[in-house]
Design a protein around this ligand. Sequence first.
Ligand SMILES: Cc1cc2nc3c(=O)[nH]c(=O)nc-3n(C[C@H](O)[C@H](O)[C@H](O)COP(=O)(O)OP(=O)(O)OC[C@H]3O[C@@H](n4cnc5c(N)ncnc54)[C@H](O)[C@@H]3O)c2cc1C
Length: 314
Amino acid sequence: MTDSTPQHHRLIILGSGPAGLTAALYSARANLEPLVLEGAQPGGQLTITTDVENYPGFPEGIMGPELVDIMRQQSQRFGSIHRYEVAEEVVLETRPYRIRTDTAEYSCDALIIATGATAKQIGLESEAELMGYGVSACATCDGFFFRDKEVAIVGGGDTAMEEAIFLTRFASKVTVVHRRDELRASKILQDRALANDKIEFAWNRQVVEILGNKKDGVSGARLESTVGEEEVTLPCEGVFIAIGHRPNTELFAEVLTTNEVGYLVVDEPTTRTAREGVFAAGDVMDPSYRQAVTAAGSGCKAALDAERWLELQE
Ligand SMILES: Cc1cc2nc3c(=O)[nH]c(=O)nc-3n(C[C@H](O)[C@H](O)[C@H](O)COP(=O)(O)OP(=O)(O)OC[C@H]3O[C@@H](n4cnc5c(N)ncnc54)[C@H](O)[C@@H]3O)c2cc1C
């Protein structure tokens, strides 16, 4: 941080996914004129998907980017201020709290952290291109689109097994593609997955390319062997990536309490973190649900918590 006087705001919100934008709406309507630092992915994870069919209020569904755009417009109507900046340093040891972004410095009385989580990806060009067009990072969100279709799921942990089992409600066949010949998932989930007639396993295999195009969707996946066997092509119409999530908490790891896998810990049922006036909402504090509507719900709670806390300071 420099010695220059930072711009002061009563409330700053880090992140502009459903959690940050809902916190912005509520706090703007409470006349707090929140500053939203939108980060490197304005609108958050929903901007990399297409149809969202499980956000209440949209009987026909809505495209992910459109949903977050209208959330932003709704909060701006009540006076939230939005900057397309990324927080690079946060000082929470002294008050007012200070935030340095890529272009400016700010201070605030209260802070809402809604920096979300990032679904880990394999890192293939075809995966990035077809995300939302047959490739998905969320079975709960997208399983419904694959009724009577064959799909693949990549991963061998608890989430991958839960998602594979969930997907059998819709898909005609689910192939779990796993780099090794044994799963990391807990015994109970392994047993359930192994006993499920609709689930097959491609052991010692990794996806090297997802085949298809944006117009027609996915048609298959090229699977390389990790033990020197021949490459095969798995025909499928969907590929679910379930290799984990990384909460975006690097900035706070030293100053706030995180759980064993890096998610911010809050004083449930509130959104209070271990530091006075600092609240957390959305996927950054939620390893379990990770849905737009749950993120929005906790964004609402964080705004109400911040508003009440600020009132007590006056
Ligand atoms: C492909 C895909 C499809 C999905 N489909 C659905 C669906 O159909 N229905 C559903 O309910 N859920 C869906 N989800 C899950 C849903 O997108 C998330 O649960 C939700 O977006 C979480 O919201 P959030 O506000 O907590 O965080 P995110 O949406 O992750 O947003 C995080 C925000 O924090 C910002 N940020 C991060 N670091 C910084 C920083 N240092 N400084 C400032 N800002 C920062 C980012 O720019 C971003 O704006 C899907 C997810 C994916 C990946």
